[in-house]
Structure formats: structure tokens, C-alpha cells
Design a protein around this ligand. Sequence first.
Ligand SMILES: Cc1ncc(COP(=O)(O)O)c(C=O)c1O
Length: 374
Amino acid sequence: MTIFDLTIDELRRRTSIKWTRWEPDVIPMFVAEMDTRMPEAVTEALTRAIADGDTGYPEQPIYEEAYADFASWRWGWDADPSTFRTSGDVMQGMRHALEAATDPGDGVVFNPPIYPPFRSIIDATGRRPVEVPLVDDRLDLERLARAFADGARAYLLCSPHNPNGTVFTRAELEQVAELARAHDVTVIVDEVHAPFNGPEFTPYLALENVGKAILSTSEAKAFNLAGLKAGLLAASPDSLPALRSMPDLVGEATSHLGVIAHTAGLDGARDWIVEAQAEIEANKRLFARLVDERLPALRYEPSRGTYLAWLDCTPLGLAHPGRHFHEEARVRFNFGDDFGSQYSQWVRVNLATAPAIIEEAVEKLGFSLPSVDS
Ligand SMILES: Cc1ncc(COP(=O)(O)O)c(C=O)c1O
């Protein structure tokens, strides 16, 4: 089985954002969509549902049960499906968790560089953003402690971290839990990239004694199902009242076909996700080698947790690397400044694609730069 083998011509038939937002000569390596077909188990489940006209509202807790079973297999976490409920998608779930756990004006901590909607939901709900930037890709626990002591009420944790792919260690997460408990902070954790990781990943709710904590996740990244929305929320014992207080509209946003698709992935595509993880790791090694050859001023150290690469382009001396690569190389990445105003020299690169596409893209990047010999 090869997962990332679609050609650019096959991919250009798609109508999603990745393949229609930019000009047709641009290689899109921005939004977190994967260039893969669905796992067979998902295609079969959806085909059966459509053939049967099974396109109504969801009812049975199959997604919750499948997630608990998957979490036990992948990370050794024995989750209780009765502490879960469904949502529309990850960010809608995060937003409702934030509203359930805090009041307008409350401080909410997050770690730039960060997936931009983290900041947006804090602003949209009238909470107060409190930045605790990562330092060398890791949590700054001292600054986190100060932010909690200064009265923050919630912490939005992205684990593994988007954009740089950091997989936080169990020890780091235990320290977060200890601090959060001491200051009565609710940790709202997004683990949507977790399925790409094996036992080196620690689910936050699997820790002992986490105090107040709410998980928001889905299989949208793992099996490339963003177009079939279905999210999951889960809570620690101390946050179950908050989870249950969320309005019915949270679950009413869950799509029945989404539940069928995400559940089929969790139950029937375990070999597939392990293969995807291996191919992503190989793509990262390939990208590191090509960057070394074609853009030797840059250094890319593969990270583990996601299929994204976070690349510091400062040594190139460009006014805005992301814009330069789009305009001159015809390769589109996410711009670093969307992840925090101080990151305009960075780009986020989506490596969930065929190796041949990565090769073509890096070659174009190299040609777009002035030759060192001239
Ligand atoms: C960390 C993170 N959270 C959430 C999402 C989006 O999830 P959803 O579309 O379910 O809100 C993404 C998508 O890339 C992501 O990377």
C-alpha cells in the first residue's frame, strides 16, 4: 500500500480549497488537507450509507466508542465513551468548551506560533488573549505558571502542536496538569493530529488527576475528512458538568455521514494510519535533504507530530518569504505571520503529498532565489 501516490493532474480535479484557491500553475502546500484517497474502510462505509439512503441524523454513540477503542490500541488510554459527546468539528468544539469554562473578559493562554483559529476563538468569544510563546519548540513552563498565577482561567493546548509538530512529553504534560490544577485553570486540548503518532504521544485526559480538562478532536486530519464534519468532545471528571452544560446545538452540528466516515476510519483503517505515519516521516526526511541541497542557507529538522513542516527562512534575507515563494516560485505555503505576528520569516509546509510533488516544489523554490554564483 502506498498512500501518497496521487499525481498533480489527479489532484487538480479536486474542488476543495487546497486545489482551487490559487492560480492553476501554483503547487498548493498550504492548508492541512492530505493528497490521498480515503482509506477503503471509509469509502465502503460511505458507499453503503448512500446506497441505503442512510443520510439522516446521528443517534448511536458509535463514534465515541470507536474513538475509545482506537485510543486504547494506539496510546494505551482506556477512555470511557460516556465522558464524550459529539460536536460539529474541532474548532466549534473548542469554542463551546471555552464558553462553558470561562466568562467574557477572562484570560485565555495559548502558545504562539499557533494554528490561527486558536486566537480567533478567544477574540470571537470576548475572552482576553494571553500569549505564552513556545521556546525552541517547547512549552515555557515558567511563563505558563506566571500566566496562570496572574489569573488566566483557561489554556488552549495544541497537542501535537500545529505548526511545528512538537509532541509534548508525558512529563511536560504532567507539569501542565499540576500547574493548571493549582490555579484552577481549565485546559482545553486539541489532539486532532494525534492519530499520526503512536505511544510516544500522551493523551492529556489519560494523565492522572488532571483537574479541569476538555478534549476537542476528530479524525478530520487522520483520514482527510474535513469535508465530512464530525467532532468529539470529552471531559475529565472535574469538567463533566461543563461538558454537559454545553447547548444541544453542539451535537446538532454533527453530520451523520461524518460520524459514519470518522468511525470507519477509527475501526477499519489502523494499518492505513500506521502506513501514513511512515510515509510522512519519509517525506520529512526527503524534504530535509532537498532543503539542504537546494536551499543550503536553511536548516530543517524534521519534527514528529504532524505532516507539517515549520521552516525559518530568515537566512534567505527576503522581505516576505511566503509571498516570494508564491509569486516567484509558484509554490504556496501558509504564511508564518498568520501563526503570530513575529513569524513573518517563517512558512508552514504541508508534506502530506507525493514525494515527486515535494521534489518539484523544492526545485522551484531553489530556482526562485538569486544564484549564489552570480
Ligand atoms: C490543530 C488543528 N485544530 C483544528 C483543525 C481544524 O479542525 P476542524 O476543521 O475540525 O475545526 C486543524 C486543521 O488543520 C488543526 O490543524
